[in-house]
Design a protein around this ligand. Structure first.
Ligand code: NAD
Length: 488
């Protein structure tokens, strides 16, 4: 570790923030990686003011869409060139495996490229006129966007907000989680090298209750794009209501995965393990509630438990590792607390159920049985490597249990009967349904939740419209005055 406090990127300048220091520890052994001189409320206000000015300056405002797109392509190229550096930093910051952080860095680059292309190809509308006029509907930038992101996949969730918001012509102030302050600074380096006009982008690591709150309440922030926990999302929505400001909220989940008796067993087991235990379960779409058709419940769960016990838990830099550490000691204690609650509720721990001995914040992949869907363990988001397994009898029983959750983010269905899959997929109150696969993502496919999993959609060609205001224009075509008020 270098002794220097890391500066942050405030309105196009690298300087120490005037907030409290923010340390980043390597979750693999708890050692200190770096200390970031994090942002203060004053830094946030400065970045917002600079963003507002930069966004209105002719150098940005007057660019044609294809000219703005060049910056997005340059950022995409920069992210691709620095992919390895970004992945290494993110693994150090979050403890995720290198294989995963490499994929996340690649996806961030693809996101900027995609929204550059979307920007160049989106068209405004000439709408059908109903009088002697021509009607048009055009889209304009909103202003300064506050992007507030969590720690679990920072470079990807940062890109999913920053790319469409810049493509739409806005300025962006990005506030990452205090548990992963380093990755956003890598993104800032790339954006600076791409030559984006100063002030259009700031990266402000800092505490959520101070910097996040300052961004949400500021009069010149036109929209908040948030990914994080449901209780934080609710607090942001309340503050946004006071300003009547639009928000998009990507929140928590407790996603059901369903195995019918006719499923391909090997595929289902691989998909379930990946769905819950990759990223050590620290994933909004983790398939944390498993429903298995009663006729195959016992043998299926027995095989799943054996495969879970064989997962390789270890150093995130080791290519053989499948399950890496959790982000912090505090988070591991939270996961352990949930497993303790599962025991109290009468749950039977079929695998794991303990932290791993030694340094680092490891927790063993855990399977809980013997609880029903009403239990705390099946209802609360644990955000760790903990799977609850439950039987179901028929389609009606399954749909009722799967939908019995405050969340509605994602689901996985495993079956070889496409008619049954279609019926069930249509009945689930869920934003994304994976069928005979799980946790696959395309930037071209919209993503978001229903119920307490969120409001709004990210990604997809129209994702850019989430950061634009729509304006309608009526062009009079008549040679005569309007009849009601015209000359006598
Ligand atoms: P969190 O809600 O604690 O924090 C998210 C961000 O909000 C951080 O940057 C934090 O500093 C900031 N924040 C905290 N309080 C704030 C406030 N009062 N005002 C403004 N900002 C504030 O979430 P987390 O622990 O970082 O992330 C885990 C959660 O994120 C899980 O619930 C997970 O399901 C969810 N998540 C959802 C998605 C999705 O796409 N739906 C993706 C990833 C993570």
């Amino acid at each position: 570790m270098s002794d220097a406090r890391k500066p942050i990127f405030i309105a196009g300048e690298w300087r120490p923030g005037s907030g409290a220091d923010m340390p980043s520890h390597f979750p693999g052994d708890g050692t200190l990686t770096a200390v970031v001189a994090a942002a203060s409320r004053a830094d946030a206000e400065y970045a917002i003011a600079a963003g507002k000015d930069a966004m209105m300056a002719p150098a940005w405002r007057d660019l044609k869409p294809h000219e703005r797109a060049k910056y997005l392509y340059a950022i995409a190229d920069g992210l691709a060139d620095r992919q390895e550096q970004i992945a290494q930093t993110q693994t150090r910051d979050t403890g995720k495996t290198l294989a995963e952080t490499r994929a996340l860095a690649a996806s961030a680059s693809a996101t900027f490229r995609y929204f550059g292309a979307a920007l160049e190809t989106l068209e405004d509308d000439i709408t059908p006129a109903r009088g002697d006029y021509l009607t048009m509907s055009v889209h304009e930038p909103m202003g300064v966007i506050a992007a507030i992101t969590p720690w679990n996949s920072p470079i990807a969730s940062d890109a999913q907000k920053v790319a469409p918001a810049l493509a739409a012509g806005n300025a962006v102030v990005l506030k990452p989680s205090g548990w992963s302050p380093l990755v956003c600074l890598e993104l800032a380096k790339v954006i600076e090298a791409a030559g984006l006009p100063k002030g259009l982008f700031s990266a402000l690591p800092g505490p959520g209750r101070e910097i996040g709150d300052a961004l949400v309440r500021h009069e010149h922030v036109a929209k908040v794009a948030f990914t994080g926990g449901t209780s934080t999302g609710r607090a942001i929505a309340r503050a946004a209501a006071d300003k009547l400001m639009p928000v998009s909220l990507e929140l928590g989940g407790k996603s059901p995965t369903v195995v019918f008796a006719d499923a391909d067993r090997a595929q289902a087991i691989a998909g379930i393990l990946f769905g819950i235990f990759s990223s050590s379960g620290q994933s909004c779409i983790a398939g944390s509630r498993l429903f298995v058709e009663r006729a195959i419940f016992d043998p299926f769960v027995e095989e799943l438990v054996a495969c879970t016990k064989a997962l390789r838990v270890g150093d995130p830099y080791d290519p053989a590792t499948q399950v890496a550490p959790l982000i912090t000691r505090e988070h591991r204690e939270s996961v352990a607390g949930h497993v303790g609650r599962a025991r109290e509720e009468g749950g039977e721990i079929l695998a794991g159920g303990d932290a791993l001995e030694g340094t680092g914040y490891y927790y063993l992949p855990t399977i809980v049985a013997g609880l029903d869907n009403q239990s705390d363990t099946a209802q609360r988001e644990i955000f760790g490597p903990v799977l609850t397994v439950m039987p179901f009898d028929d389609e009606d029983d399954l749909v009722a249990q799967a939908n019995d959750s405050v969340y509605g983010l994602a689901a996985g269905l495993w079956s070889s009967d496409y008619r049954k899959i279609w019926r069930v997929a249509c009945r689930l109150q869920i934003g994304t349904v994976w069928i005979n696969t799980y946790k696959q993502f395309s930037i071209a496919t919209p993503f978001g939740g229903v119920k307490e999993s969120g409001i709004g959609r990210e990604k997809g060609r129209l994702g850019i419209r989430q950061y634009m205001n729509q304006k309608s224009l009526y062009w009079g075509l008549s040679d005569n005055p309007l009849p009601w008020a015209g000359p006598a």
